[in-house]
Design a protein around this ligand. Sequence first.
Ligand SMILES: Nc1ncnc2c1ncn2[C@@H]1O[C@H](COP(=O)(O)OP(=O)(O)OP(=O)(O)O)[C@@H](O)[C@H]1O
Length: 240
Amino acid sequence: MNIIELNNLTKNYNGVPAVKQLNLVVPEGQVFAFLGSNGAGKTTTMKMMTGQMKPTEGKVLFYGRDIWSDREARKLAGYVPDVPLLHEGLTGREMLRFVGALYGKTTDLQQQVDKILNQLELEDKADQLIKEYSLGMKRKISIGCSLIHQPKILLLDEVTNGLDPKATREVKDYILSFAKRDGGTVFLTTHVLSIVEELADQIIILDKGVIKMSGSLDELREMRGRNESRLEDIFLSAVE
Ligand SMILES: Nc1ncnc2c1ncn2[C@@H]1O[C@H](COP(=O)(O)OP(=O)(O)OP(=O)(O)O)[C@@H](O)[C@H]1O
């Protein structure tokens, strides 16, 4: 089943196209990487997928449901923005409870908070104020906030930005367990190509609002005609 579908997704700013008739599908359990140079249209696409910006044309479907005509469908996804949006005066645990309450979760909220703190290995710091957290911990609690309503889809915008190797490893491990162990579906943007090589089942290279290449890493290598190609070489040849 296709979990995410973008159909002819288009965004114009003041008549100038930033994303042009984007079509793609993401099957269940896949990690899907959305790559592009600065200004390619990744953030614009992510905003249309998270309900922050209305498309000029086209549709975003989660599990076949149009997130712009069926707003409840947005709850099928959890979103982690590139800059963590957190209340620094709360503890990590309070932040998770707060987001849970916003989603109207009451019955099993405490259990869900404990589960997330455990999964993200944040139990030790759960009762410390967020303003005392490192960036890695803030990113992890931001991921936790996106999971509180138990989404089937994770939308991750530059989620490893500024993280040290250990925190990066932990976030990568979490992404893999969400997709490969729990059967979730991940759509991520990043400029770190080694992360894509390691995690992604499917890769899209976007340039000036249009898809230049798409496929698995092996398929992209075949398209380029050289099996030994690194993603960096493939990317640079696609966007030049
Ligand atoms: N609010 C806006 N008003 C007008 N133009 C915009 C707006 N937001 C983005 N753009 C333009 O749309 C195009 C795509 O921008 P977008 O931010 O989506 O790219 P991006 O791939 O996310 O880039 P980056 O990797 O630098 O974050 C760019 O030409 C940008 O200048």
